[in-house]
Ligand binder design. Structure first.
Ligand code: NI
Length: 185
């Protein structure tokens, strides 16, 4: 998931951490891998940890708030989400996430690192309860709302081959983007 500049602050990584990470290529819409259903993660070892670390580094580099493994061509159910410096959760890792319940409804503007340079209006439930595993396989449950709830739904959609453009009513126009940029100043 991509967001307008300024909302997703990048967390700077120390050089020794950066050296160990690989920035992976983010697939763009039209690539068939983005339309596949990802398989569950079954092993919680070094390979998964490397994948999650690389996904995080890639997301940071691309200034996104969320990334699913399918977007870097790995068809496994793994997601990273980071809403930025002002978010108390920091980096969230969702392995094999399952949405348990949803409520409310809100329209928001969504972007995606696999749909470069565009955003669209999508209406989704405003609050979501999900369960997921961490990188060691431990299950946890969490309730998220607003932008974080959008991010969770958006990334879980990726694991099922669904992109936000399938659900949007229309793209945000260049004029509306300009207006938003002004308001952010
Ligand atoms: Ni996305």
């Amino acid at each position: 998931m991509g967001m307008p500049e300024g909302i997703c602050g990048s967390r700077a990584l120390p050089w020794w951490e950066e050296c160990a990470l690989a920035i992976r290529k983010v697939l763009q819409v039209g690539d068939p891998a983005l339309r596949k259903v990802s398989r569950p993660v079954e092993e919680f070892g070094r390979k998964l940890h490397q994948l999650l670390d690389d996904m995080y580094a890639t997301m940071q580099k691309e200034d996104g708030c969320g990334l699913a493994a399918a977007q870097v061509g790995v068809l496994r159910r793994a997601v990273v989400i980071d809403m930025g410096e002002n978010d108390e959760d920091g980096l969230m890792e969702l392995v094999n996430p399952v949405i348990l319940s949803m409520s409310g409804e809100a329209e928001g503007k969504e972007g995606c690192l696999s749909v470069k340079g565009k955003r669209g209006f999508v209406t989704r439930p405003q609050k979501v309860k999900f369960r997921a595993q961490d990188r060691f396989g431990n299950w946890y449950e969490k309730i998220v709302k607003d932008r974080k709830a959008v991010a969770v739904q958006h990334e879980v959609d990726h694991l099922n081959g669904i992109l936000y453009i399938d659900k949007m009513t229309r793209y945000v126009t260049p004029e509306e983007e300009e207006q938003d940029a002004k308001e952010d100043e």
